[in-house]
Design a protein around this ligand. Structure first.
Ligand code: GRF
Length: 201
């Protein structure tokens, strides 16, 4: 059994989608070992508990980042996690964290990176006036949304779109794409050359 650790800060819909995919076999021979949130009141924690997934709230509480991350890394190790999935986790990871799980941390972002990294990616896309945006699953490095791209889905922007309607349409695709990308990475069916992640069966 492969073990996922999912890091969240809020709603947790991508965590939920990953769990669905684990349960219905799209991510086979895998379980979510732990869901960790840096906010004890994150709605996603409740969602995870309802699904009987082990949860842990590890808040920063004014501590140094290294201390906070150290506790998270210890929890991930205690649960023997193979792959860390960031799912709406709102903190940049330090070099120490990345080194501890180099090549084993994924993130989902609601734009076609490298366009519109950082916060409010859907708002950024609307403000820029692009006709297509989407979502990206990428390996996490020390930069904001800058790691190697594993998979992307294109979503059209409609003239009548608001941030809410566009975000909702992208989110549907996020949920599918994240499960596909996690399954691919767990199967090891990829090769990295420079920044390029080639899919191979
Ligand atoms: C998603 O749009 C994800 O792409 C971004 O943060 C949002 C988290 O949503 N990184 P949820 O908590 O998974 O519902």
């Amino acid at each position: 059994m492969k073990k996922l650790g999912v890091l969240i800060s809020g709603r947790g819909s991508n965590m939920h989608a990953l769990h669905e995919a684990v349960c219905d076999g799209r991510i086979p021979d895998t379980l979510i070992a732990v869901v960790i949130s840096d906010h004890a009141d994150a709605p996603g924690l409740g969602l995870a508990r309802e699904r009987r997934i082990t949860t842990q709230a590890i808040e920063r509480n004014g501590r140094e980042r290294s201390q906070h991350e150290g506790e998270i890394i210890a929890a991930l190790r205690a649960h023997d996690v193979d792959l860390v999935c960031l799912a709406g986790y709102m903190r940049l990871l330090s070099h120490t964290f990345i080194e501890a799980y180099r090549g084993r941390v994924l993130n989902i972002h609601p734009s076609l990176l490298p366009a519109f990294p950082g916060l409010c990616a859907q708002r950024q896309a609307l403000d820029y006036g692009v006709k297509y945006t989407g979502c990206t699953v990428h390996f996490v490095d020390e930069t904001t949304d800058g790691g190697c791209i594993i998979a992307q889905t294109v979503v059209p922007v409609h003239d009548a779109d608001t941030e809410e309607t566009l975000s909702a349409r992208i989110l549907i695709e996020e949920h599918k794409l994240y499960a596909e990308a996690v399954a691919l990475v767990l199967r090891g069916e990829y090769e990295i050359s420079g920044r390029r992640v080639a899919h191979c069966a």
